[in-house]
Design a protein around this ligand. Structure first.
Ligand code: FNR
Length: 365
């Protein structure tokens, strides 16, 4: 079928669906276990209502912002997602080009399928590198040095995945990363099990158990800090308690996230954790947000609840699958245009005015 040009982010989902094989689609779309948290991330936004103010000059709505010293055209950014070549042959290079067009932050996954250097060569905006804490610390150390040399501006340690979530779709599909696509920034021996298809099991779950160190604690963060002068961001915080520990241990920013419902099924909707974390850390530590954001109204809601930036996971992969770099830029620009539109209709022409007075979030499940 030929679909009309996308007018909203969800339209890219339909375009992507036509281009991806079922097992890759399931890997992208799926969540852990019953997918209750995956659904909760989306439903939480239905409990947000907006409080518009009127007779404000909204002839210019300014979405420009700044994060860890880098200017950005938009607070909408790209969440780290693995193996972009599953979605498009150019993979992360196309993603970086799309991010550049939109003036957006791009957080590159440790499991990127293009080299850090190629991604950096294509980028025109800030890149951050996401890490899992590998058992082999010397590999982690080398990667961090490479990232700094390539011009990456921050490290994002994902802390919600000491093991991989039980993703039933991937297990049923016996999902493994096909040959020809690989996490090229890590050595082939370290990644081998991610490619070994086994019925009834996700190769990625097997690989994570093998490669990621589940014994890491707060006190280990000092090692990473000492290895690199790049700012350190912790991704996957959902409670005030951990937000305070993050600040205590020197985190430069926090990402409120439940990994798009792919890790702990039953975890709180990401949006429901946001205000709690923002209140705990205060103004000095920027809080980023991801989980279930599919348009500018939802970006607006997260900003109003205190996020400094809002990252998109699956929607970027939809754009990438649908149209490569142009699709990535299309998704980011649509979300940004919708944000500016919501700013105009709520009488908040600048991001500083997008505060809690702009929303009501009802409690819910
Ligand atoms: C992810 N996510 C993720 N997170 C991370 O820290 N490192 C990674 O390599 C990945 N890989 C990954 C792959 C795929 C296919 C998805 C969908 C997600 C989680 C991601 O960064 C983010 O937290 C969620 O995707 C945000 O939710 P939405 O926007 O997808 O609803």
């Amino acid at each position: 079928p030929v679909l009309p040009p996308p007018v909203c982010v969800e339209d890219y989902r339909r375009l992507a669906r036509l281009r991806l094989d079922q097992d890759v689609w399931d890997f992208i779309e799926g969540g852990a276990e019953t997918e209750r948290t995956l659904g909760a991330n989306r439903r939480a936004f239905e409990r947000v209502t907006l409080r518009p103010r009127v007779l404000v000059d909204v002839s210019h709505c300014d979405t420009r912002t700044e994060l860890l010293g880098a200017p950005l055209a938009t607070p909408v950014g790209i969440a780290p997602t693995a193996y972009h070549r599953l979605a498009h042959p150019e993979g992360e290079v196309a993603t970086a080009l799309g991010a550049g067009t939109a003036g957006a932050l791009y957080v590159v996954s440790i499991f990127a399928s293009r080299t850090l250097e190629d991604i950096a060569a294509a980028a025109t905006g800030p890149l951050w590198l996401q890490l899992y804490w590998l058992r082999r610390r010397e590999v982690l150390a080398a990667l961090v040095d490479r990232a700094a040399a390539a011009g990456f501006r921050a490290l994002v340690l994902t802390v919600d995945a000491p093991r991989l979530g039980r993703r039933h779709r991937d297990a049923r599909n016996g999902f493994a990363i096909g040959s020809g696509i690989s996490a090229v920034n890590l050595d082939a021996a370290l990644m081998a099990s991610a490619h070994r298809a086994d019925p009834g099991r996700s190769a990625l779950a097997v690989h994570t158990a093998e490669a990621v160190d589940p014994s890491v604690t707060w006190s280990d963060l000092a090692w990473l800090r000492a290895r690199s002068s790049l700012p350190l961001v912790l991704k996957g915080i959902l409670t005030a308690e951990d937000a305070l520990l993050a600040v205590e241990h020197g985190a430069d920013a926090i990402v409120v996230s439940n990994h798009g419902g792919r890790q702990l099924d039953g975890a709180t909707a990401s949006l429901d954790a946001l205000a709690e974390v923002v209140d705990a850390v205060g103004a000095d530590c920027p809080v980023l947000f991801d989980g279930g954001v599919r348009g500018g109204t939802e970006v607006f809601a997260a900003l109003a609840l205190g996020a400094r930036s809002v990252l998109l996971g699956r929607p970027v992969l939809w754009g990438l699958a649908a149209a490569g770099a142009a699709g990535v830029a299309g998704v980011l620009e649509l979300a940004t245009e919708e944000l500016a539109h919501t700013m105009a209709l709520t009488g908040r022409p600048g991001l500083a005015a997008v505060d809690r007075s702009a929303v009501v979030l009802r409690k819910g499940l």
